[in-house]
Design a protein around this ligand. Structure first.
Ligand code: AHG
Ligand code: MN
Ligand code: MN
Length: 330
């Protein structure tokens, strides 16, 4: 089996980007072992603090953020970082060629119940000159690498550098990421959806209609039954979509008028959209392709609808967007 080092060497990447990916992967190994220690290391539970978005921080949100921050600070190729757990960007090495955005611990409500969590990251080219938050405001199309690490029954790294999506599994005996799927591909059709149904009454009309039709199953316009899954960690839900197809959505809702969207563009939606497109899927807000959004703020939030191409396009039809079906793969 090929190691991460061997796979990266086989891609047309420059040495500095390869180094940044190794820094992220090595940091994820350390996070994986902290997560696995769990209650034994006293890392579970909440802190007294809130992040910039008003969410209570778990101890592990802070520990994992610090682990990534420290590792990236040691990497001379990283000019600055933006994190879910940092109010502002953190300037690192002025000569660095890359900017890194990350969600150090996605699905942190799962941590105290020993369920799935992960890390999501996105690498952007660093513009020349002094770094500021504005340097990060590049569309997802500018990403040069993106991925997630899943701390599940096994630790997995899904990675794209724009050459498909490769999936690695951490070998616990050698602490090496080994290639276990060289080309992840999302089937265009699916009968599985993922959404937090408890928000149903707060969604916009198009999403209400789309989900109602899925729930009608065989007796409705879709003429087949759909199954539902919700892990409450985007990494887990997107991983399932990459493995066996599906549609995942966290749509707009009016539960809190000041917060119509839940997921963050720079370190959740964009990296996942890059992976999904590279695996043949579609990622949209309902009205706009996620990777084409011009960000206004590093902590900006967006609606997300992603996954199997034909199913996402079916959902987009309800939003007034029209697409031709992809031919099913033989
Ligand atoms: P985070 O733990 O980084 O704040 O992200 C949680 C996000 C995302 O991972 C997940 O899909 C969603 O929040 C879960 O939302 P609900 O609490 O509505 O289930
Ligand atoms: Mn998250
Ligand atoms: Mn998080």
């Amino acid at each position: 089996m090929q190691t991460l080092t061997q796979v990266l060497a086989s891609q047309p990447l420059n040495a500095s980007l390869t180094q940044v990916i190794h820094t992220l992967a090595n940091s994820a190994k350390d996070i994986s072992s902290a997560v696995r220690q769990g209650a034994l290391a006293g890392v579970l539970g909440a802190t007294e603090q809130e992040n910039v978005q008003g969410e209570t921080q778990k101890k592990l949100d802070i520990i994992t953020n610090d682990m990534l921050k420290d590792a990236l600070a040691q990497d001379s190729h990283v000019k600055a970082l933006a994190s879910e757990e940092e109010d502002d960007i953190v300037a690192l090495n002025s000569q660095g060629s890359y900017l890194v955005c990350f969600d150090p611990l996605d699905g942190s409500s799962n941590i105290d119940i020993n369920s799935l969590v992960g890390t999501i990251f996105s690498v952007l080219p660093a513009p020349a000159g002094d770094v500021s938050a504005k340097s990060f405001l590049q569309s997802g199309r500018a990403q040069v690498a993106a991925g997630y690490v899943l701390y599940g029954p096994s630790t997995m790294l899904a990675l794209t550098t724009g050459h498909g999506v490769q999936l690695f599994t951490l070998d616990p005996s050698t602490n090496e990421f080994l290639l276990t799927d060289a080309a992840m591909s999302i089937s265009p059709d699916t009968s599985e959806f993922a959404i937090n149904m408890s928000n149903q009454r707060f969604w916009e009309a198009p999403m209400q209609s789309y989900i109602s039709d899925l729930l009608l199953g065989k007796i409705g316009p879709r003429e087949r039954n759909f199954n539902m899954r919700w892990i409450a960690a985007m990494v887990g839900d997107v991983h399932r979509v990459l493995c066996r197809g599906g549609i995942f959505t966290y749509p707009a809702d009016n539960k809190d008028s000041k917060k119509p969207f839940k997921l963050r563009l720079m370190y959740e939606a964009n990296p996942m959209a890059f992976l999904v497109e590279q695996a043949g899927g579609v990622a949209s807000t309902g009205y706009e392709t996620i990777l084409d959004i011009e960000p206004q703020h590093i902590h900006e939030r967006v609606a997300v609808i992603l996954g199997s191409a034909n199913e996402v396009n079916a959902c987009l039809e309800y939003h007034g967007q029209h697409y031709d079906d992809q031919e099913p793969e033989c």
